[in-house]
Design a protein. Structure first.
Ligand code: FES
Ligand SMILES: [Fe+2]
Length: 342
């Protein structure tokens, strides 16, 4: 049994990463090759030539097809043979590489790794802030040599900001604010409401005003492996509440953790925001800064994964701060056990 839900959409790549040239990426333990057809739709095939298993990602693109670089077997975008290595051999259409269903939404290329018949685009996680009018979204990619669930734990518990990100975004006040974890039909939520505080510099600049603010942080886990963190501030008295807060400046930190193996994952991260949306320079600077912050998490998680491997007789323990991650793991485990789609 795997540690991930199989019948689910996973982010395979940023939209900009997939082009005409083949891209190799292992998704949920399956080596895949991704490329764009002439109509720009995305092909995902098992990254192994049906002949002698050379990765197809080393192959040559021809129209919408791909030709293996070893003996020249040519496969169409559906993975089915179009030309045999010996041109005089009749084409055997039973020769094929497995193909996977793809979709593009919210700036990401998604792939369905389980039963093709269940691949309904309506099940793509609703990362709404990445494509909402009045918002702008960008971000990056980091491979992390750690179980994807360790990153979910990390993102559902922002107390780690104080120590892991002491030099960047850490704020001791985060440890003072009470937290509340809730399991709802639309995900696991961990909320922090910090009323009447001094805005930290980032948010004061975003708001372009001085004075006390109400600040919120709402972490939300969605199956199969997404965390969205709703963050922002509003001037005190503007009417913002934990449930409704479009009164000031708002950002949505978007994280998707696609398992690569049991001990590594592809981390797609970014932030959508509803302020200064035409400032491309801000977008680029913020992305660089966010990449630096997440490199701090990568270092911690990879050390944690190595320690887990080095101490097989020990287990993880959970304190109150871990409740969000614990609840998210329970929902993943239940979906795996029930063979659910996510
Ligand atoms: S390994 Fe691909 S054609 Fe032989
Ligand atoms: Fe972090």
């Amino acid at each position: 049994m795997t540690s991930w839900v199989s019948n689910a959409w996973y982010v395979a790549a940023w939209d900009a990463e997939v082009d005409v040239a083949p891209l190799a990426r292992t998704i949920c333990g399956v080596p895949m090759v991704l490329y764009r057809k002439l109509d720009r739709s995305v092909v995902a095939l098992r990254d192994a030539c049906p002949h002698r298993l050379l990765p197809l990602s080393l192959g040559l693109r021809e129209g919408d097809s791909i030709r293996c670089r070893y003996h020249g077997l040519k496969l169409g975008p559906d993975g089915i043979a179009e030309e045999m290595p010996l041109r005089s051999d009749p084409v055997n259409r039973r020769v094929c590489a497995e193909s996977f269903v793809t979709a593009e939404r919210h700036r990401f290329v998604w792939v369905w790794v389980g039963d093709r018949a269940l691949a309904d685009p309506a099940l793509i996680p609703d990362l709404w802030a990445c494509s909402a009018p009045g918002w702008v979204f960008d971000g990056g990619y980091t491979r992390v040599a750690a179980d994807y669930r360790l990153m979910i734990d990390n993102l559902m518990d922002l107390t780690h900001e104080t120590y892991v990100h002491a030099g960047s975004i850490g704020q001791p006040e985060i440890l003072d604010a009470p937290i509340e974890a809730q399991v709802r039909a639309d995900g696991v939520f961990v909320s922090r409401w910090m009323p009447g505080i001094e805005a930290p510099p980032f948010w004061r600049d975003a708001l372009k005003a001085d004075g006390p603010v109400d600040r919120w942080q709402v972490c939300r886990f969605l199956l199969p492996a997404a965390v969205m963190i709703d963050v922002g501030v509003a001037p005190v008295g503007a009417g913002a509440t934990l449930d409704s807060h479009d009164h000031g400046v708002r950002g949505m930190v978007v994280d998707f953790m696609t398992p690569e193996s049991e001990t590594s994952h592809h981390y797609f991260w970014g932030m959508a925001r509803n302020f200064d949306i035409d400032d491309a320079g801000f977008t680029a600077r913020f992305k660089r800064q966010q990449g630096g912050v997440f490199a701090e998490d990568k270092a911690i998680l990879e050390a944690q994964q190595a320690s887990i491997a080095a101490n097989p007789e020990l287990g993880l323990t959970a304190y109150r701060i871990d409740e969000g991650g614990v609840r998210a793991r329970q929902i993943i485990a239940r979906a795996i056990a029930n063979g659910e789609t996510a």
